[in-house]
Design a protein around this ligand. Structure first.
Ligand code: J9Q
Length: 438
């Protein structure tokens, strides 16, 4: 969502009702989940589960009825309050009447019906020093020539005010706007992956959820063959270690040259992630944090190692766990996968991103699908009961039981609701804590 409200926390909280207009029909939408990505809300909408359905809403505005607008502090106002205000200059000349306010939080303009045509004036405090909503009067102090510049400029516009009925943009303040419009927007994320085995990255990325996100352009992944940044005839990327010993070490020059080339191409300083067993551990929180970047370089290490001076160019060193691998390609894919899930539009079902087990801090409850019985194994009766309150409680209990048994360490960081706290207390009473042997 592109924000156009000063109350994103309330407007987009789970359960909130918003209204959308499509083809002249206004219909309600229910928010099911919300998380913030780069300061913009990514919301789940009740009954909407596929990317195709979500994309059909691109470009639409979400609004609230005028009678549900939040009360404003004194001296502030909604944009629609300005419609009908008389506009005059500080020396008393009448310019016209506000017919609309257009734009978004990024910048808005008064549309004024003047004697000689339509005039646009930026809604900014230095140009509009007095806005008196009570007296329906706006005094403007336009820079030299602004009024003449606009007059008579024929232009087409598709005003948001075309929405019928009681719906109004929930806009506030002299400069700020409000409401919220759905669009795919600038949500995408770019990765450069530097490797000596490009196929190891390219093949897995051609399939699955990430593959589709790349096809759609929601994700942009460029795989860079380190050998392309060598200068010798044999495209050598490694060399023997100084001081002797077994194995080969990745040479620094091709890596430096690759990073220089990427930086020149991207036109800004790089965030370089190095995959190595010496890095800090990748966690869900790390993945979520990294998803806030617009661009990341993943540098694939190699198990024999690389010249340590490469670390001079590295922003962050990450390990995916304590085991020996042949190279950093699989870890780079793991990092990419975990980070990309948070990029709006990559995972079709927003609910599964907001509610995945590690985000909640608990292991998942067991899932079942048809048939109800196979080889004498029956689906738990409660799931067939249709009693949703009971099903919800059963799932919480199962998730907590599993977490307590398999990953008790997770419980310390879990955010539990009251019902879950109660179930957990009961479970601990039933199966008292085992010591170090547990
Ligand atoms: C580059 N084992 O292992 C765990 N996280 C990263 C790695 C790794 C490795 C060898 C080379 C990365």
């Amino acid at each position: 969502m592109n924000l156009d409200t000063d109350f994103p926390e309330t407007r987009f909280q789970p359960g909130a009702e918003l209204f959308i207009e499509r083809g002249g029909v206004v219909s309600p939408l229910r928010v099911t989940t919300v998380r913030f990505h780069r300061d913009r809300p990514v919301i789940g909408i009740d009954g909407l589960t596929t990317m195709t359905e979500a994309e059909a809403l691109a470009g639409c505005e979400l609004r609230v009825p005028a009678d549900r607008l939040a009360p404003l502090p004194a001296g502030t106002f909604y944009h629609h309050d300005l419609v009908g205000c008389r506009v005059e200059t500080s020396d008393g000349r009448t310019i016209g009447m506000v017919s609309a306010v257009e734009g978004t939080m990024a910048g808005s303009r008064l549309v004024i019906d003047g004697a000689r045509g339509e005039i646009l004036i930026p809604l900014a405090s230095d140009i509009c020093p007095t806005i008196d909503v009570e007296r329906k009067l706006i005094v403007v102090d336009p820079p030299e020539g602004l009024l003449d510049l606009n007059v008579g400029s024929a232009r087409r516009r598709t005003p948001p005010s075309s929405m019928k009925g009681p719906l109004r943009p929930a806009s506030v303040g002299p400069v700020e706007d409000a409401g919220g419009s759905a669009s795919t927007g600038p949500g995408s994320m770019t990765f450069d992956i530097v490797t000596i085995f490009p196929a190891m990255i390219e093949q897995p990325l051609a399939a699955g959820i990430l593959g589709r996100a790349i096809e759609r352009g929601t994700l942009d992944v460029k795989v860079r063959d380190l050998r392309d940044f060598t200068t010798d005839r044999h495209r050598v990327v490694d060399d023997v270690p100084y001081g002797g010993g077994p194995g080969m070490v990745l040479k620094p020059e091709p890596i430096f040259r690759a990073l220089d080339a990427i930086e020149a191409e991207r036109g800004r300083p790089l965030s370089v992630i190095l995959t190595s067993p010496q890095g800090t551990r990748l966690t869900q929180a790390v993945a979520q944090r990294l998803s806030g970047a617009e661009h990341l370089v993943l540098l694939c290490g190699r198990y024999e190692g690389f010249d340590d001076r490469v670390r001079d160019r590295v922003t962050e060193e990450l390990s995916i766990g304590d085991y020996v691998l042949t190279g950093g390609e699989l870890p780079a894919l793991v990092i990419l996968d975990a980070v990309a899930r948070y990029v709006p539009g990559v995972v079709g079902d927003e609910q599964s991103v907001s509610e995945d087990s590690f985000s909640r801090g608990l292991l998942d409850f067991p899932q079942f699908t048809r048939p109800a019985e196979i080889a004498d194994l029956r689906v738990p009766e409660v799931l067939l009961s249709g009693n949703h309150a009971q099903i919800r409680r059963w799932r919480k209990r199962e998730a907590l039981t599993r977490t307590l048994e398999r990953r008790p360490d997770l419980l310390a960081g879990a955010s539990l609701d009251e019902e879950e706290e109660e179930i957990l207390r009961e479970l601990k009473r039933l199966r008292p804590e085992r010591g170090a042997e547990g």
